[in-house]
Design a protein around this ligand. Structure first.
Ligand code: NAG
Ligand code: NAG
Ligand code: NAG
Ligand code: NAG
Ligand code: NAG
Ligand code: NAG
Ligand code: NAG
Ligand code: NAG
Ligand code: NAG
Ligand code: NAG
Ligand code: NAG
Ligand code: NAG
Length: 712
């Protein structure tokens, strides 16, 4: 089984495959030549490993204590060898709490293909000598304390597929020489202190699929050559740098783009119309720049879009009604611009919206369209600080998931609709021109839940609101608005409608209770779950449970109840940067109804604070082995070119494993033995024995699933 899986992966990377086959043939005809070099070679490796050990100053888990002469170095912990020639092909020392420096002697391990030193405390720079490792495919130094400049010499490692230097202290510029790494598929350099501009030469990275560099100090313009980046590029994540200039108009060439994250830079100019050609885009994050001009209507072409954020910019003009075509949109943030005109019906009626619709702090005018009632899944609607007029539409009562409604600081008039009293969370109607009596419903009984100040013609309500009492002497119970004699004849009608609908709702609730389907819209079937529980379910959000990331959040797999072993997928939204003192448990309740039919079944939601008191939001989905998760995890899947319906899933490689394979930190589990051994001339079939031996002191101590995967 394992072999079949490996083979199918390999065949999905045709160049890798062809290369290995070539080497296989080459080595078959040069066996004698290689055999004679064997003797000298293994001693070089031996010495190099010993000097690597000598530079490790702290080894609390005693990993390198096995690096002694009682064992052949191929059996040393964390050392991988090709079985045929016993040369070192991999170093896997991930998460061993090692400290020290990387010895320049690493450059003498000339057969190295895999170096994984992730999550240790190595310091110092990357030795230039690593440039001699021309066979190197995978280099992961992420989450260490390394610094200095990235050596341009790494460009000699021209077989590099994956390079991750994430979360270190690297400084200086990105060497332009790296632009020659024509096989590079993933480049991860976020959370460092890199400066200067992205070199134009990166436009030559013709295999690049993933480029992340967020949270550095990169400056300069986006290179014009950006448009020349690989048409395979799926993730471009450059948020929180100091990049200026405008987006190259030809960005529309990057037709595979799935995530485009440029948040909090200093970008100016308009958003290119050509963005409408990027049909695969799912997440667009442009917030916190200085984009001007109008939102191009071509954005309506992006029918797979899940999240669009262009908040805190300098946009003008109307919100394009074409946005209504983006029927998978879960989150839309356009707050803090200078958008004008009315809110298009097509947009306010976009029923997929579930996480948040925030159009606050613009210059939007006209009435709030009736279509707002389509937002059945929406938890937060923020339209504050605009110029909206007219009455608050009654259709808001259909927004059954709505927990936060902010309509403050507009010019809304008329009475507060009775229907708003069913709202369970927070309601801000302050600084409008509303009139009449405050309705009597529950939300209006809680002074912390509502804000109605700055409406001079309101009256009644609980005393804490400090409004004048209504001049009407009719009993409160009737909740009749004042000054509206027009409504008097209809009161009986209203009352009977309320009565009838209460009966209907009661019947419906009873019916729902008898149908325990998760997909039902019964409020009862929603549970709220604590941060603690999710923490436990996902092994502390461990990287081995991570199945995908995007700029708006990460998806983890987990087991909620050890008793039923039912898998869940947890989408954790990135912390919202906007402040505000919210009641997070209230938010849990707010989110509990959010779901979207086109996605997968949402089991529950959580909004809370984590142990560092950070805002925490998550949605919990039923984990679907058979592909419904595909839509949600599309970024991950498109990286491998595999879909859950492909044959390989039948052999038991589920989406979870596949997704893991697609992630950089897992890739070495695939590239690892079989490719190495092919190059060493061993046939695939005869290598099983060796594989199992090696795994018996596995390099991947944490991921027992990967062991299973090799043993099968
Ligand atoms: C090097 O290879 C020779 C011959 O295969 C073997 O006798 C010797 O033990 C090896 N030395 C090391 C350090 O692996
Ligand atoms: C590494 O190789 C260089 C030159 O080939 C040699 O001078 C040096 O001693 C080697 N270092 C180790 C630790 O083997
Ligand atoms: C050498 O490594 C072996 C295997 O891990 C270990 O049992 C032994 O104690 C080590 N010897 C020394 C001197 O550290
Ligand atoms: C990093 O390594 C430490 C020590 O082995 C481990 O406890 C921790 O879980 C690792 N963190 C990640 C994100 O892998
Ligand atoms: C840079 O790489 C080249 C070619 O692999 C190598 O010969 C040279 O020694 C390296 N430079 C340094 C300073 O190590
Ligand atoms: C980045 O560099 C700046 C100035 O050189 C320094 O103040 C800052 O502490 C550095 N940040 C990190 C994370 O190293
Ligand atoms: C890209 O590669 C081509 C051919 O290898 C080379 O001529 C060109 O100068 C490179 N572009 C940049 C910006 O480095
Ligand atoms: C993009 O690539 C083409 C063809 O290789 C080249 O002619 C053009 O100058 C490149 N554009 C930029 C901005 O690098
Ligand atoms: C929008 O999509 C249509 C059809 O796919 C295409 O013809 C059109 O050029 C696209 N518009 C833009 C601005 O990309
Ligand atoms: C944003 O751009 C406008 C011109 O479009 C300019 O006047 C303004 O100063 C810029 N603001 C910032 C914060 O850069
Ligand atoms: C907002 O846009 C209007 C035109 O719609 C313009 O008159 C006004 O100056 C803009 N305000 C800001 C702060 O840019
Ligand atoms: C709603 O928008 C206003 C203005 O942008 C902001 O101050 C407030 O924090 C927002 N409320 C929420 C819950 O996001």
């Amino acid at each position: 089984m394992a072999l079949k899986v490996l083979q199918s992966f390999v065949s999905s990377v045709p160049t890798l495959w062809r290369l290995s086959m070539l080497l296989l043939l080459y080595q078959a005809s040069h066996k004698t030549a290689l055999a004679s070099t064997r003797l000298g070679g293994n001693e070089t490796d031996h010495l190099a490993l010993l000097s690597i050990k000598a530079k490790i100053t702290h080894d609390p888990m005693l990993i390198t204590s096995s690096w002694n002469d009682s064992l052949h170095f191929c059996q040393w912990k964390g050392v991988l060898c090709g079985q045929r020639h016993l040369r070192v092909t991999g170093l896997n020392l991930e998460s061993y709490n090692l400290a020290g420096f990387i010895s320049p002697s690493i450059g003498n391990l000339s057969f190295l293909r895999i170096v994984n030193l992730k999550n240790n405390s190595f310091q110092g720079g990357i030795p230039h000598e690593m440039g001699r490792l021309f066979r190197l495919r995978f280099l992961d130094l992420s989450t260490n304390l390394m610094g200095g400049k990235i050596p341009g010499n790494l460009s000699h490692c021209n077989n590099l597929r994956i390079l991750s230097l994430k979360q270190n202290k690297f400084i200086g510029n990105l060497p332009k020489e790296l632009g020659s790494l024509s096989h590079l598929v993933e480049l991860h350099i976020p959370f460092n202190n890199l400066t200067r501009a992205i070199p134009a030469s990166f436009g030559n990275l013709s295999s690049l699929q993933y480029f992340s560099a967020e949270e550095n100090m990169l400056e300069g313009n986006l290179p014009g050559s950006l448009a020349n980046f690989s048409t395979q590029l799926q993730h471009l994540i450059l948020g929180r740098n100091k990049i200026s200039g405008s987006i190259p108009p030809d960005i529309g060439n990057l037709v595979s783009l799935n995530t485009l994250d440029l948040v909090y830079n200093q970008l100016t100019g308009s958003i290119p119309t050509s963005i409408g050609r990027l049909h695969k885009l799912q997440e667009v994050a442009f917030g916190g720049n200085n984009f001007s001009g109008e939102i191009p209507s071509s954005i309506g072409n992006l029918t797979l879009l899940n999240a669009l954020g262009i908040e805190e910019n300098n946009l003008q003009g109307n919100i394009p009604s074409t946005l209504g075509n983006c029927q998978g949109l879960l989150l839309l943030q356009l707050y803090g611009n200078n958008l004008s005109g009315s809110i298009p019906r097509e947009v306010i009626g976009l029923s997929s919206l579930s996480q948040s619709l925030d159009l606050s702090r613009n210059s939007l005018s006209g009435p709030l369209p009736q279509e707002v009632g389509n937002l059945r899944n929406l938890g937060l609607l923020n339209l504050s600080y605009n110029k909206l007029s007219g009455e608050i539409p009654n259709s808001l009562k259909s927004c059954i998931s709505l927990q936060y409604l902010y309509l403050d600081n507009n010019s809304l008039e008329g009475v507060i609709p009775q229907s708003l009293e069913s709202l369970k969370g927070k309601l801000d109607l302050s600084f409008n021109d509303l009139e009449g009596e405050i309705p009597a419903g529950e939300v209006f009984q809680n002074v912390n839940a509502i804000s109605v100040s700055g409406n001079n013609k309101l009256c009644g309500g609980i005393p804490a609101l400090e409004l004048p009492s209504c001049p009407d002497d009719k009993p409160r119970k009737k909740k009749m608005p004042l000054g509206l004699p027009l409504l008097i004849p209809t009161i009986c009608g209203v009352l009977s409608i309320i009565l009838i609908s209460s009966i209907l709702i009661l019947c419906w609730l009873r019916k729902m209770r008898n149908q325990p389907s998760v997909a039902s819209s019964s409020m009862d079937s929603w549970r709220i779950i604590s941060y603690n529980k999710l923490l436990k379910a996902t092994n502390g959000f461990s990287s081995s449970n991570l199945i995908g990331t995007g700029s708006f959040g990460s998806v983890y797999k987990g087991i909620l109840n050890p008793s039923d072993q039912k898998a869940i997928a947890v989408k954790v939204f990135n912390q919202q940067r906007r402040g505000g003192t919210k009641s997070f448990m209230a938010e849990c309740k707010a989110l509990k109804n959010i779901r979207h039919r086109n996605l997968v079944k949402i089991i529950t939601a959580c909004a809370s604070v984590d142990f560092q008191d950070n805002d925490f939001k998550a949605l919990v989905y039923e984990y679907m082995e058979n592909g419904s998760l595909e839509y949600w995890l599309h970024p991950v899947l498109s990286q491998t070119g595999k879909r859950p319906t492909d044959g390989m899933f039948i052999d038991g490689l589920d989406l979870h494993k596949l997704a893991k394979l697609a992630l950089p930190e897992r890739v070495m589990e695939i590239v690892d033995q079989n490719l190495l051994e092919e190059e060493e001339g061993a046939s695939i079939n005869s290598s099983n024995q060796m594989k199992i031996e090696k795994i018996s002191h596995p390099p991947f101590h944490k991921t027992s699933s990967s062991m299973k995967y090799f043993h099968n």
